[in-house]
Design a protein around this ligand. Structure first.
Ligand SMILES: Nc1ncnc2c1ncn2[C@@H]1O[C@H](COP(=O)(O)OP(=O)(O)OP(=O)(O)O)[C@@H](O)[C@H]1O
Length: 356
């Protein structure tokens, strides 16, 4: 089954917030992650889908059917919230079986299906316990089992991992994607956490101020963001304002930067995006301060080469994130190199030209 938003608009009575003209489709078995800053409209999107309120314009379709007027409980959606929302006085098994009871499934079948669902989330032995005796991660697994037990048409995950600590969150990402794949169910997952989005999503929808800015697979969103808002929200970014001076040159506060600007008019105001991992430290190994990648392209002439002073040097384990002050500007780089850094180079191919 699929989920589709056709030009959906919702305005709160206050006149502020909501969603404007959202169109997107989630395919059968697809995991779409919705990201965006606080207040961008992510929860509004879920509330409209879940049936807690109706759009003022546009249509929402589940499995090709317009769901306007269908009550929340008849939309047959599995929903997992940040707060586990389990019934504290019911055992784990009773919690999971509850949606089946509501649907008048017989007792034996209820228990059997609830046990299967519990096994799928790796908690086969926890059926008789009360939710309060489980850890946060375990409770979230129960919530997931309860959401899926009646084979809903689609799955909605509203920040399901945000109450968990970092290590557990990473494990739960894998569990959710595993179970979501096995259930082959169209899923919308809302999160603040960009790494969670990048690692879990088939595609990511980035929402900002109620508008859909970009809908793309994680790599495309990261490598080719449509604008500076997406570039800054997803991953770390060096963003430098500039002006196109030739098809291969953009003037910035750091001087003229070699890049591919042929799609832009001469004189156009642009912003250059350089990801920190594309910033190459000039190491002792290439002594003369010419990055090897630049030499390959134009022998003898150093391109996009900057000398400066390291002001921040953060050891993050696998990598080191540093700030190099160059004139009035700062270049942030990431590297596994542990030696002294006094300059960097940036390959023209690693510079992305975005609208100003
Ligand atoms: N019940 C409401 N009445 C009026 N305005 C609301 C209501 N709910 C949300 N809003 C406004 O709509 C906008 C979008 O809110 P929404 O909760 O969808 O954002 P969000 O992206 O989910 O934010 P967060 O990440 O903080 O949960 C916000 O500006 C918010 O203030």
């Amino acid at each position: 089954m699929t989920i589709r938003f056709d030009n959906v608009t919702y305005r709160y009575a206050t006149g502020k917030g909501g969603l404007s003209d959202i169109s997107l489709e989630v395919g059968k078995g697809e995991l779409l992650v919705v990201i965006g800053p606080s207040g961008s409209g992510k929860s509004t999107l879920l509330k409209l889908l879940a049936g807690f309120m109706e759009p003022q314009a546009g249509r929402i379709l589940i499995a090709g059917q317009d769901i306007r007027g269908v009550s929340a409980q008849h939309r047959d959606l599995g929903i997992v919230f940040q707060s586990y929302a389990l019934f504290p006085h019911m055992t784990v098994l009773e919690n999971i079986a509850y949606p089946l009871k509501l649907r008048r499934v017989g007792r034996d079948e209820r228990i059997e299906r609830a046990r299967n669902a519990l096994r799928e989330v790796g908690l086969a032995n926890a059926g008789d316990r009360l939710p309060g005796t489980l850890s946060g991660g375990q409770q979230q697994r129960v919530a997931l089992a309860r959401a899926l037990v009646y084979k809903p048409k689609a799955l909605l995950l509203d920040e399901p991992l945000s109450a968990l600590d970092a290590g557990l969150r990473t494990d739960m990402r894998d569990l959710i994607t595993h179970i979501q794949r096995a259930a082959n169910i169209a899923t919308i997952h809302v999160t603040h956490d960009q790494e969670e989005a990048l690692s879990m999503a088939d595609r990511i929808a980035m929402i900002h101020e109620g508008r859909l800015l970009q809908l793309a697979p994680p790599r495309e969103l990261y490598d080719a963001p449509v604008d500076t808002t997406v570039a800054a929200f997803v991953g770390k970014a060096n963003l430098w304002p500039g002006r196109v001076v030739s098809p291969t040159l953009v003037a910035t506060a750091f001087g003229n930067i070699e890049c591919v600007a042929s799609a832009w008019q001469i004189g156009a105001a642009v912003t250059l995006l350089i990801r920190p991992e594309a910033v190459m430290p000039i190491t002792d190994d290439d002594g003369q301060g010419k990055g090897p990648r630049q030499e390959d392209k134009q022998p003898g002439r150093p391109i996009n080469r900057f000398n400066g002073t390291l002001t921040q040097d953060r050891f993050l384990g696998a990598v080191r994130r540093y700030d190099l002050v160059v004139g009035d500007g700062v270049i942030t780089g990431e590297t596994g190199y542990r030696g002294i850094i006094s300059g960097v180079t940036i390959s023209p191919d690693d510079v992305r030209v975005l609208p100003a």
